[in-house]
Design a protein around this ligand. Structure first.
Ligand code: CP
Ligand code: NVA
Length: 318
């Protein structure tokens, strides 16, 4: 059966640990080309800098060929139904990576594709981002049991993926958001009921930031919400990651942002450029982690588990 990565919960905890091991392996062993002779479809309905470039470069580094398909060129759901796009691209390429407005379109693609489908962001979630974030935190020793991750701002697609992560890993995730800007209720409930991580929503950013190991924020107006910009900017006033808020967190806390950032809105210039910021390392890790995600969904495994010198070998021909 093909392996999709539509949400964090398509992976188990051990799958994620394996993805992190493959990431470490591929960072050292740059000559491995598991995608040699293969092509990958990249469907983008929304703008992108990091996701598009990190996937295109990553596929190239793995020996594969990326095929970029904009909404203007293929008109998914307009020129052609998603299910037909899925069946067609499955006959040309070995994996479909898609950034879409509606998560339901991603599910339709995955249902009809015979090759793995990877979520490159939808209105509901952004699992590639959160896996890269978690890998970055692990490298900084900030992903231990009960690590406190305070997310300041909108309960959006990034937050939903973090809640799913808390369903598998024992982190302490606290969202500070104004009422009306909460994450997906079903995902939140599932994370709460998992009993693995602890998840909490508070109104006061100060309460979330207190003794946090990680301060995380994202834009107040996500792609597709431009018409709500004025009302959102008003609602999120006070939900800014700034020096004052950071003074409440642990003295060795790190600051994260998935980018793009709006300096002066959700984060100040000085915090973004300050010594606690690991924002650009976080962005770089999109490349490394996504290469491992691709290797994983395409059925590659590390021989000899933890040995970074083990060879990747094909275990499945789809
Ligand atoms: N963080 C992120 O996904 O960035 P892009 O929207 O530029 O791809
Ligand atoms: N919440 C943002 C994330 C961008 C990477 C958006 O969906 O626009």
């Amino acid at each position: 059966m093909k392996k999709d990565f539509l949400s964090i919960l398509d992976f188990s905890k051990s799958d994620i640990e394996e993805v992190f091991s493959i990431t470490d392996f591929l960072r050292i062993n740059r000559d491995h080309k598991p995608l040699l002779g293969k092509s990958a479809s990249l469907i983008f309905q929304k703008p992108s800098l990091r996701t598009r470039v990190s996937f295109e470069v990553g596929i190239h580094e793995l020996g594969g060929h990326p095929v970029f398909l904009s909404q203007e060129s293929i008109g998914i759901g307009e020129r052609e139904k998603a299910k037909d796009v899925a069946r067609l691209l499955s006959r040309y390429t070995s994996v479909i990576i898609a950034r879409l407005f509606n998560h339901s379109t991603l599910l339709e693609l995955a249902e009809h594709a015979t090759v793995p489908v990877v979520n490159a962001l939808t209105d509901l979630s952004h699992p590639c981002q959160v896996l890269a974030d978690a890998y970055t935190l692990k490298k900084h020793g900030k992903l231990g049991d009960n690590a406190k991750i305070a997310f300041i701002g909108d309960g959006n697609n990034i937050v939903n993926s973090w809640l799913e992560f808390a369903t598998l890993f024992p982190i302490q995730f606290v969202l500070a958001a104004p009422r009306g800007y909460y994450p997906d209720a079903r995902i939140h409930k599932k994370a709460k009921e998992s009993g693995i991580g602890s998840v909490e929503i508070v109104k006061d950013p100060k309460e979330a930031a207190r003794q946090a190991d990680v301060l995380y924020t994202d834009v107040w107006v996500s792609m597709g919400q431009e018409k709500e910009a004025k009302i959102r900017r008003k609602a999120f006033k006070g939900y800014q990651v700034n020096e004052k808020l950071m003074s409440l967190a642990n003295s060795d806390c790190v600051v994260m942002h998935c980018l793009p950032a709006h300096r002066g809105e959700e984060i100040t210039e000085d915090v973004m450029e300050g010594t606690h910021s690991i924002i650009f390392e976080e962005a770089e890790n999109r490349l490394h982690v996504q290469k491992a995600i691709l290797a994983k969904v395409l059925g590659f495994k590390l021989d000899g588990r933890s040995s970074v010198f083990a060879k990747l070998s094909r275990t499945r021909v789809s």
